[in-house]
Design a protein around this ligand. Structure first.
Ligand code: ARG
Length: 458
């Protein structure tokens, strides 16, 4: 494709480091769409004859069929997807193939292809996130009133509900989906027609190609068009943040499924056994989701490091953008699918969670709140009194609601029998009705709000 000024071909090792076809063959659909839009525009602008454009577009359609059917022979000697397709076009239609590259360079070609690919990857991630959110919201609705311990420092803190815990992740994943949507909106400028770096002297119509490819507008600066990859960095940032959220949920699943917790059971479909210990049910999928975060964050880091320090405009360094992006997106897609499957299938052990929710004096705050609400004691004093009552109960190896009233009155005479109404884990969780709180009524409202919204979106 560029042999005119060369007297011999590249060294083997040069071909190996230079070729990107093994990676960028995934851009074939985008490359063909971009070339068809370019050829149609060239013909409309009178730069290419209608016959040549028809031959080019027909040839490109034939190539698409060949690739789709697995009949296309990709060649490393032809370096990348752009030259592989153009060379095949020449085999099929002959001389007019050479006119396709008028007013275009591989620099604007690859920038266009890659933007199209990242755009649809963002859409796919949004769809996958919506699926995961739906699974979480459904599980939350079913278990809106399942009381479980809420933790801080992984110490039992206060009773909450399982539904509330799951909906916390729905909020996080909704923001992640929004970040992908935002990245998608911002990347939607079309580089095609920027040519190598300076634009072209041909009377091309960049609005037409932008429109044909579903872009909002042509990019306004030819140097920016061919040398920016922040659109991929932004999508990978969204991916990295999503992956850290997935990883936290995965970690909770690992903890919850440990027999020491026994809060949830994963289905057989999402558990693995041990080759030596017949009793084992391992949460391998959750562990792998947790670990894939490494790849996804690394992909972001990879591309940031590739791009830093590159002068304008194109440098071959940028060819490395695709491996990083594909790897990050693939790992995230797999993680989202696995997490959605695990969540849909998992079953909480409601009795065990309720039992744990009542441990470790988890309703001490409810006792302090009662002292504020009923006898009108200032919260700081109520906190101190409650501490003394908890210490007394602990000495007697009793739970708060097992401690006799007389013992409590020994610490604070204004306590009455009425206090027992707030000391169980269930009454505690039920009482958290402030906006955004963990009470079952709130969870039901929020879960159905999410399910309505998600059903509208799909
Ligand atoms: N395979 C190249 C890439 O992915 C295409 C652009 C090549 N441009 C160039 N000037 N060598 O970046």
């Amino acid at each position: 494709m560029w042999g005119g000024r060369f007297s011999r071909g590249p060294a083997g090792i040069m071909e190996e480091i230079n070729a990107s076809i093994d990676i960028d063959k995934r851009l074939w659909r985008e490359d063909i769409a971009g070339s068809k839009a370019h050829a149609a525009m060239l013909a409309d602008a009178g730069i290419l004859s209608a016959d040549d454009a028809t031959a080019i577009i027909g040839g490109l359609d034939q190539i698409a069929g060949e690739i789709e059917r697995g009949e296309f022979a990709f060649s490393a000697a032809l370096e990348d997807i752009h030259m592989n397709i153009e060379a095949r076009l020449k085999d099929i239609i002959g001389e007019p193939a050479g006119r396709l590259h008028t007013a275009r360079s591989r620099n604007d070609q690859v920038a266009t292809d890659f933007r199209l690919w990242v755009r649809s990857a963002c859409e796919d991630m949004e769809t996958a996130l919506n699926g995961l959110m739906r699974a979480l919201a459904q599980k939350a609705e079913t278990h809106a009133d399942a009381v479980m311990p809420g933790f801080t420092h992984l110490q039992i803190a206060q009773p909450i509900t399982f539904g509330h815990h799951l909906l916390a992740y729905v909020e996080m994943f909704a923001r992640d989906a929004d970040r992908f949507a935002d990245a998608r909106r911002r990347l939607n400028d079309c580089p095609l027609g920027a040519a190598a770096l300076a634009g072209t002297s041909f009377p091309i119509d960049r609005n037409a190609t932008a429109k044909a490819l579903g872009f909002d507008r042509p990019s306004a600066n030819s140097l920016d068009a061919v040398s920016s990859r922040d659109f991929a960095i932004e999508a990978l940032s969204a991916a990295a943040i999503t992956a850290t959220h997935l990883s936290r949920l995965a970690e909770e699943i690992v903890t919850w499924t440990s027999p020491l917790f026994g809060f949830v059971r994963l289905s057989d479909a999402f558990s693995t056994g041990s080759s030596i210990m017949p009793q084992k049910r391992n949460p391998d999928a959750a562990e792998l989701v947790r670990a894939k975060t490494g790849r996804i964050v690394a992909a972001l880091n990879n591309l940031l490091i590739v791009m830093k320090g590159l002068p304008l405009a194109y440098s071959k360094d940028m060819q490395e953008d695709k491996a990083a992006t594909f790897e990050g997106v693939d790992a995230l897609a797999l993680s989202l699918a696995a997490m959605t499957g695990m969540i849909s299938d998992l079953e909480p052990d409601r009795a065990r969670m309720l039992d744990a929710a009542g441990q470790s004096y988890s309703t001490a705050t409810d006792l302090a709140d009662w002292l504020v609400r009923v006898p009108g004691i200032p919260f700081r004093d109520a906190h101190h009194i409650t501490g003394a009552i908890v210490a007394l109960a602990e000495n007697k190896h009793l739970a708060l609601d097992e401690l006799p009233l007389a013992d409590m009155q020994g610490v604070e005479p204004r306590i009455t029998q009425d206090v027992f109404g707030v000391l169980s884990a269930t009454s505690s969780a039920n009482s958290r009705t402030s906006y955004g709180g963990a009470a079952p009524v709130n969870v039901k409202t929020q879960a159905s709000r999410w399910l309505n919204q998600l059903n509208k979106e799909s």
